[in-house]
Design a binder for this molecule. Sequence first.
Ligand code: TXA
Ligand code: MG
Length: 321
Amino acid sequence: MTQYGVDQAVHILRNGGLVAFPTETVYGLGADATNELAIRKVFQTKGRPSDHPLIVHIASAAQLSNWAAKVPKEAILLAEAFWPGPLTLVLRKQPHVFESITGGQNTVALRIPRHPLALALLTAFGGGLVAPSANKFTRISPTTASAVREELGNEVDMILDGGACEVGLESTIVDLTSAKPLILRPGMISAEAIEKVLQKSVKVARQDTPVETRAPGMHHVHYAPVTKTKLVKSANLIKVISKLNANELPIACMIYSDITLPTTPGISWVNLPKDPAGYAHELYRTLRAVDQQKFHMIIVEAVPEGVEWEAIRDRLIRASG
Ligand code: TXA
Ligand code: MG
């Protein structure tokens, strides 16, 4: 992307416009975090309920205290270890931070993304940008510029194209406002990696019960295709498929393991990488592509139990409602 793209984006943002930009996780729908009208446009464009708080993206940890009233030692340790990168910190907010950003809470979520274009944009802009994932409410987050275009069309003033997002899943969110750090949303930075840096145990908010009070964006149905999506354990896959009636076909079946595939008509097999990083990178793009093909159903092979699959498991459970 040329400097021209960044300059134009900054101009649009300073005038209260919306700019979608790439981060290493997913594309964000960016707006000036000090402009109430621009923030309102973000909610309208996404069709997102107004009590769902937004993450403020910044260019450097030196800006943390502009937004956070208290920057605990844990925040500094995690920032040093993982920023720029796919980690969001929830801290006590400064009084001036709009309630429209925080969903009326006294906390604010902050993150420094590591995509070079996001960093160039944030540096040139100089201030904070709110940036929810650039999709319609409850839909699959976009991991390419063309996916943003599909989601938001001309409702966004500009889309900066930075290619396919490296990580492919939203950031890990850690709440540092109570005695024990609490992971509100799992991401590719695991609880273990965070514990190692903090040298203490962290809690993980249960993902099977709504945590609406703390992270209202964590809806039960989220990241969801339009096509009915079902999660099936590897061991049951062949059995489930063999029981399908003709009127339930065609279906797509997304797998990662080495299963001997029956060549049943009406079943499209879609392979995903076997390693968690590769799988995360491909997941949303694959779901989006499969969703457009008008299958009667998408069957997704459930992923392994290990901690390195936690964020992927979380998104698959939400995608299947
Ligand atoms: O990777 C990401 O985090 C991406 C990229 C664009 O940075 N952004 C993203 O934003 O996923 P969004 O708006 O789709 O999800 C933000 C999540 C929501 O679940 C929201 O509830 C939570 O962050 N959140 C924001 N502020 C919060 C706060 N003060 N307390 C608790 N949760 C908060
Ligand atoms: Mg989102």
